[in-house]
Design a binder for this molecule. Structure first.
Ligand SMILES: *Cc1c(COP(=O)(O)O)cnc(C)c1O
Length: 386
């Protein structure tokens, strides 16, 4: 009964893999959420806010404490300066910020460039807006993934209203280098398009990789919506506190759509995130080191099995190529794994459609789990060798 424009997005292999993981008691490295809590002071701040009676609707744009804290945090980390009253909007996770941006700023006759593989909400959101999605793609370049700039140029046209950018990138684990972002920015300026930049992993970059926000490139602050979220920054994906910053004119469009999607949510959680952004920079820095160690642990496990890996520069994810194990169809392998060895992972399939054939052999493993959980996954994966 689902409307035609959403039918292609009705079910994904994510839910199938999750069901199988539950049925077989698998260690679930398919889902991208951490299994430890955020800073204790943040949890206490949420409890305190509830006890002190902050339990009713917050202002439509978000509680002022959070809007002020997040612009200060953004300035400290990127140098961008936004007005907490007109250039910031608190949303129900990054997901609602993305949906609000597309629904509030893209007309049905417009086109949106989407770089595959991409977070699964992008395609569905463009479909909800009734707009046309124009695919571009990432490519494997040596031991990592980069933007295929030519494919993005081909995806732009005079009808392009927006490009959805995501760096650090889920699912490949790539951190787009400044040169790639400059190419995207040049296309945005040439075609007078906006960048909707999903930066939820902005603090999770490893080794000497540095996150650059496309909003900081020349001519881009006036045409970029920068989206982030407390979920990945502070280990609270279930709180769904996200935000978007950008020029007032663009924020007004997002706000208009958001007003009728959720209106508002999470007053005490917004206050707690405000506290964490002001007091827990050290914790956020430590998380990055911790996640890098987790990455290295899972790299060790998968490399030991003979799986080929792309270098993960950021995010929660490793891209694995299991063809050395004789696997060619990642989707059917991922459906077998929970029963066969008691581990779950997801294929690239739900992140792509136009270019799905190019990535049908790739699998995404999440490493945002406790070391003992990764170690148990490692023991179970030994079953593949026998
Ligand atoms: C997790 C994730 C999101 C969703 O963020 P929420 O704040 O939970 O809505 C958006 N984009 C990417 C790339 C993600 O990995």
């Amino acid at each position: 009964m689902t409307v035609r424009r959403l039918r292609p997005h009705a079910t994904t292999i994510f839910s199938e893999v999750t069901q199988l993981a539950v049925r077989y008691g698998a260690v679930n490295l398919g889902q991208g959420f951490p299994d430890t809590d955020g800073p204790p002071s943040m949890i206490e701040a949420a409890v305190r806010a509830m006890r002190e009676g902050h339990n009713q609707y917050p202002p439509g744009t978000g509680v002022p404490e959070l809007r002020h804290a997040l612009v200060a945090h953004e300035t400290a980390h990127t140098g961008l300066v936004h007005d907490p009253d007109t250039e910031v909007l608190v949303t129900v996770g990054a997901t609602e910020a993305i949906a609000g941006a597309v629904l509030g700023l893209v007309e049905p006759h417009d086109e949106v460039a989407v770089i595959e593989p991409s977070y699964d909400s992008y395609a569905a959101t463009v479909a909800m807006a009734g707009a046309t999605r124009r695919p571009a793609r990432m490519v494997r370049s040596g031991d990592r993934f980069r933007l295929d700039v030519d494919s993005l140029r081909a995806a732009f046209s005079p009808r392009t209203r927006a490009v959805l950018v995501n760096s650090p990138h889920n699912p490949t684990g790539a951190v787009l280098p400044r040169e790639d972002l400059e190419q995207i920015a040049a296309l945005c300026r040439e075609f007078d398009a906006i960048a909707i930049s999903d930066e939820v992993y902005e603090h999770l970059t490893y080794d000497d990789n540095e996150h650059v926000s496309i909003a900081t490139l020349p001519g881009m602050s006036e045409r970029t919506l920068r989206i982030s979220s407390a979920g990945k920054m502070l280990n609270c994906t279930g709180w769904k506190i996200g935000w978007v910053t950008g020029p007032a004119g663009l924020i007004a469009g997002v706000r208009t759509a958001k007003q009728y999607l959720s209106y508002t949510a999470g007053t005490p959680l917004q206050l707690a995130v405000a506290h964490a952004l002001s007091h827990e920079d050290e914790w956020i820095r430590a998380l990055r080191v911790q996640m890098q160690d987790r990455r290295d642990q899972l790299v060790g496990i998968l490399t030991g099995l003979g799986v080929d890996l792309a270098v993960t520069q950021g995010t929660y994810f490793l891209t694995a190529d299991p063809r050395p194990l004789g696997v060619t169809d990642a989707a059917s392998w991922c459906l077998e794994l929970p029963e066969k060895v008691g581990v779950a992972a997801v294929p690239f399939a739900p992140f792509t459609d136009t270019y799905s054939a190019e990535w049908s052999h790739l699998v995404r493993f999440a490493f945002c789990k406790r070391p003992e959980v990764l170690a148990e996954a490692g023991r179970r994966l030994q079953g593949l060798a026998t």
